[in-house]
Design a protein around this ligand. Structure first.
Ligand SMILES: Nc1nc2c(ncn2[C@@H]2O[C@H](COP(=O)(O)OP(=O)(O)O)[C@@H](O)[C@H]2O)c(=O)[nH]1
Ligand SMILES: [Mg+2]
Length: 345
């Protein structure tokens, strides 16, 4: 008897399901389907922005990961001199810097690696990233937050601004770009193209105009229109570097004057230049009061370990990393995901 009821119930369910499918198929082309809320997981997928934990990061960092291959292949326990030399060579090649390399090798020699060499190196590299790195987006009440983006020519300032604008727009915020690189007209054209693509506003001026007044106008306009944040591009080249640094200090003063407030000064460094990025950075630090680093082109280098050296030697947090040329290829720097993509299984 019970079996009969179960079979009957199954038949009824099957018939109803079939009828529903038919009904759906018969809906004329162009008819509007009843709006059903998207399942949450679909919504999350549709709007997801890559983060350093996202699948694909390990592939983007594959050149840097390749350098660590031989370390990942080592076992556990005590290390002999050949193995220690191998770890040393790998760390030097990855550009983590001599200080970190020396410390890691010393500790491995003394303590061995009971749980595996890769894991021990991972933990030691990770221990160097203990800084607060959340970017500041809010200004004091009544003031317009400004992110000033500085760095030498070609490191990826303008592209990173476009990617940052896209992130803010994706979060539902309004963005105004200030074309403070007035050295070449093409620089403002490039920024304008990104403004259009990302749905941001832009304030630009003629080639050779005073970058301070561009940033000043941008802040005025942002304030008048209630724009959430101003991203200011700057020149990376001047007849000599002293001029450039003076100019940046001046732009910064203008941007920080009410109603503007500089809440982040991001120095953009190109990871493919390895340790050279460090000497470049030191020149900027004093002049521009840098609060964070954007490390670009991590996808195009085997020297990804340079991020370890940058934080250690400059004592400035890496806030974002560039992992490609696309507008979504800038992600908040997540040390754990980064180190795992080099040394994880
Ligand atoms: N592969 C790769 N290329 C990048 C990245 N960031 C910037 N670039 C490229 O670097 C070049 C210079 O960038 P640009 O923003 O014009 O540099 P700027 O002179 O500092 O403004 C462009 O070709 C960008 O596409 C990145 O994260 N990965
Ligand atoms: Mg530029």
């Amino acid at each position: 008897m019970t079996v009969l009821y179960v079979v009957l119930a199954l038949v009824v369910v099957a018939v109803v399901a079939l009828a529903l499918t038919r009904a759906r198929r018969r809906r004329p082309v162009g008819a509007v389907a009843p709006a059903a809320p998207l399942p949450e997981v679909l919504v999350a997928e549709a709007t997801a922005i890559p983060t350093l934990g996202a699948p694909g990061l390990t592939e983007r960092l594959s050149a840097s990961r390749g350098v660590f291959e031989r370390v990942r292949g080592l076992g556990s326990g005590r290390l002999d001199e050949d193995q220690l030399a191998l770890v040393e060579e790998v760390l030097v090649r990855s550009d983590v810097g001599l200080a970190t390399t020396g410390e890691v090798v010393t500790r491995l020699r003394a303590d061995g690696a009971p749980e595996g060499v890769a894991l021990a190196v991972r933990d030691m590299l990770l221990a160097g990233f203990d800084t607060e790195r959340a970017p500041r987006e809010a200004a004091e009440p009544g003031r317009v937050p400004v992110w000033l983006v500085v760095g030498v020519n070609g490191v990826g300032k303008t592209t990173s601004i476009a990617k940052l604008a896209q992130r803010f727009v994706d979060e539902g915020k309004s963005v105004l770009l200030a074309a403070g690189d007035t050295f070449r007209a093409a620089a403002a054209d490039q920024l304008e193209a990104w403004a259009t693509r990302t749905g941001s506003e832009i304030v630009r001026a003629a080639e050779g105009a005073d970058p301070g007044s561009v940033v000043h106008d941008a802040i005025g306009r942002a304030r008048a229109r209630g724009v959430d944040i101003v991203l200011a591009d700057t020149a990376g080249r001047r007849p000599n570097s002293a001029n450039l640094l003076d100019e940046l200090a001046k732009v910064r003063r203008v941007a920080d004057r009410e109603p503007g407030q500089v809440v982040e000064t991001l120095l953009v460094l190109d990871a493919t230049t390895g340790q050279n990025a460090l000497s470049q950075a030191r020149e900027f630090l004093a002049a521009a009061a840098v609060t964070g680093i954007v490390l670009t082109k991590l996808d195009g280098t085997a020297r990804g370990g340079v991020v370890v050296a940058i934080e250690r030697e400059l004592a400035i947090p890496v806030k974002f990393v560039g992992v490609g040329e696309g507008v979504h290829d800038l992600v908040p720097f997540d040390p754990e995901a980064f180190v795992d993509s080099l040394l994880g299984a």
